[in-house]
Design a protein around this ligand. Structure first.
Ligand code: ME8
Length: 633
């Protein structure tokens, strides 16, 4: 069996997954499912990138232990992929001990090959991109040096580091690009790489000494391995390279590394050079897709537009989101995600073109053939054209999918759906029924069903649940293999067809816009619903003990009694307004169901309420005596 190995980038666990990471993973899943359908032995890898300064800083900011922080976020990625029905064969984490073993083995190979030396590094560093830059690479905004990719401020770094002789591989890389013109796609992305090679590659620093959150450099444990070197090796460590359990290395080299455009240089230049140094085969292709914006804006947490794909999956269904992404965002180019466009696609392509075709065909099979798939009948009308068109569509679909032109492949399928609708309209089965021309009636319905079978199969990698449903409805219950796609007349006459409900429900775009407008107004006026308010658990609490937090000018640590909820520790910024003695015995109001957070290493289990104006601050309390734990409503 022919093998096929596809990877996504391993995502940083500094934040929760969003529509951008979901996009790459869904596209990779489409390719993986397609290859499996075509009979390949597929290995599909995704995972998380967990070392380096960026992750360490993110964990610290949240007051969390870095390992726990990574566990939590890696879990969120895994969960999301499960919800999105991603069919990855393995999920790698760079904190896995197995990965560490492979990374050390790999780096030792590079050292043995004479490609690593000690030197002094000085230059700019972007923590967000975990990338080194030369003086002529950084940009300047408002007098500050910023990263050319993410535009965040860069830091000056001076360290004694180990270097990798990347410059030694400049010529071999040029040769690789010459001999494999499709090594990097799309072509304009390849040209960007060729320009870098023309300029000439410089050696790169591959270790850090100023923090410890990484894999120790073999032989000199003061250093940790640079996070990108550690991360790239995931593609072979997931297969067991350099370890006892290396039988999965049969999948190497990767057939495609699917990535976003901003990390192309790492995958198309640095990674192949590392592989040459370690004496491993090179990946067959790096495909760098474009960037998604949301309603025309860059996806960013600070803009608050980091779309959670689950929201849309819940509202419209997984298959609809997958279809929209592959159809509307031309694979390889930048594109924009918008709910309105998604709904338009749902209404036009899915409910109208596809759903209606199935619905009206099955309605007639039910009416005239008692829901049993009719016989192929007598050939005539546009039948030959339909067969020719089917063959052409299937052939170009296969060619386009194989060359990762995913959007074009889907377009071809929908052009074919359009043709099937024309066929149905021109052959007018309702007239054939009236005329009692049973032979032609059964032929037209059979052929349309057979066409729908091809559609369902071609759409299988994109909309797996819908395709399964459609196949069941048209009476095709066999195993999915390439043959039913490439040969005509596969449906068995007499099998049971199921009419059922429409495949997709249409959405009223006008209503959707109104809902969005109301939501915007509410957000603007800070209006919340009674349900949202109801989520806040406000309670009366009694302060039992209070003391200043050492090292902090503002904070006071308190022990409070919240009645039925028990005793708790609370940390509040009260030190400039109250002495600890004044606080003891007071009845205060607290938010009792706030997620605990750490302040100065102390876990605060709630928040107290106080009124504040200028420098003045007064605690909220209750009139008269009441038991601690009393609910406020
Ligand atoms: O770069 N549009 O991880 P990362 C499309 N850990 N794709 C997007 C996107 C957007 N707006 N935002 C993110 C890293 N992506 C490294 C990779 S690999 C050895 C190490 C996708 O969490 C896209 O695939 O920053 C991009 O390359 C990747 O997420 C970056 O993920």
């Amino acid at each position: 069996m022919k093998k096929f190995y596809i990877t996504t980038p391993i995502y940083y666990v500094n934040a929760e997954p969003h529509i951008g990471s979901a996009y790459t993973t869904i596209m990779a899943d489409i390719v993986a499912r397609y290859k499996r359908m075509m009979g390949y032995d597929v290995f599909f890898l995704t995972g998380t990138d967990e070392h380096g300064l960026k992750i360490l800083q993110s964990a610290k900011k949240k007051g969390k232990d870095v390992r726990e922080f990574c566990d939590e976020l890696a879990g969120k990625f895994k969960e999301l992929w499960k919800d999105l029905k991603i069919t990855n064969d393995y999920f790698i984490r760079t904190t896995d001990p197995d990965h560490e073993e492979t990374v050390k083995f790999f780096v030792r190979k590079m050292v043995e090959n004479g490609d690593v030396y000690k030197g002094k590094y000085s230059g700019w560093y972007c923590v967000h991109c975990e990338t080194y830059y030369d003086e002529d690479e950084v940009e300047e905004i408002d007098g500050k040096k910023v990263c050319p990719v993410c535009k965040r401020e860069v830091k000056w770094v001076e360290e004694e580091n180990y270097f990798f002789k990347l410059s030694k591989y400049n010529e071999p890389l040029k040769k690789l690009f010459e001999e494999n013109p499709d090594f990097v796609e799309p072509e304009f992305r390849k040209n960007e790489m060729l320009k870098i090679l023309e300029k000439g590659l410089k050696d790169i620093s591959i270790t850090r000494t100023t923090f410890k959150w990484g894999i120790p450099f073999p032989g000199d444990e003061k250093h940790v391995i640079y996070v990108w070197v550690d991360a790239l090796i995931n593609y072979v460590s997931a297969l067991g390279y350099g370890r006892k359990d290396s039988e999965k290395m049969k999948y190497w080299p990767a057939d495609v590394h699917l990535i976003g455009k901003e990390i192309n240089r790492f995958h198309s230049l640095i990674w192949p050079a590392m592989l040459m140094s370690a004496g491993l085969d090179l990946p067959r292709k790096v495909f760098a897709h474009g960037w998604l914006t949301v309603n025309g804006q860059k996806i960013s947490k600070s803009l608050g537009n980091a779309v959670d794909p689950r929201e849309f999956v819940k509202k419209y269904g997984n298959d609809v989101v997958r279809y929209y992404l592959v159809r509307d965002i031309v694979f390889g180019k930048d594109g924009d995600f918008s709910e309105e466009k998604l709904v338009n696609r749902l209404n036009a392509d899915l409910a109208n073109d596809y759903g209606n075709l199935l619905h009206r065909t099955l309605a007639m099979v039910k009416k005239y053939f008692n829901s049993s798939v009719p016989s192929p009948g007598k050939s005539g009308g546009m039948d030959d054209e339909l067969k020719k068109r089917t063959e052409e569509t299937v052939n170009s679909y296969i060619e386009l999918m194989d060359s990762l032109r995913l959007t074009e492949a889907v377009e071809k399928v929908w052009e074919y759906i359009s043709f099937l609708n024309t066929y149905f309209d021109r052959e007018r089965p309702w007239i054939l029924a009236k005329e009692k021309n049973e032979e032609r009636l059964s032929a037209v319905l059979y052929n349309t069903l057979e066409g729908i079978l091809k559609v369902a199969m071609m759409a299988m990698p994109i909309m797996p649940d819908t395709s399964e449903k459609v196949l069941r409805r048209i009476g095709f219950n066999e195993e999915i293999k390439p043959e039913p796609l490439t040969s005509w007349g596969v449906l068995k006459s007499g099998s049971r067809a199921i009419h059922g409900k429409p495949l997709f429900e249409k959405i009223d775009v006008k209503k959707l816009k109104k809902v969005a407008e109301v939501k915007k107004l509410e957000e603007k006026d800070n209006i919340i619903t009674i349900d949202e308010f109801g989520k806040v658990d406000l309670r009366v609490a009694k302060i039992l003990k209070a003391e200043r937090v050492e090292g902090s000018e503002k904070l006071i640590k308190m022990e409070i009694d919240v009645g039925e909820l028990g005793k708790r520790t609370l940390v509040g910024g009260l030190a400039k307004h109250y002495t600890p003695e004044e606080l003891v015995g007071k009845l205060i109001i607290v938010v009792a169901n706030l997620k605990p957070r750490k302040l100065f290493g102390i876990e605060s289990q709630g928040m107290l309420l106080a009124a504040k104006i200028g420098d003045k601050m007064k605690l909220l309390t209750v009139e008269g005596e009441i038991e601690p734990g009393a609910k406020i409503s």
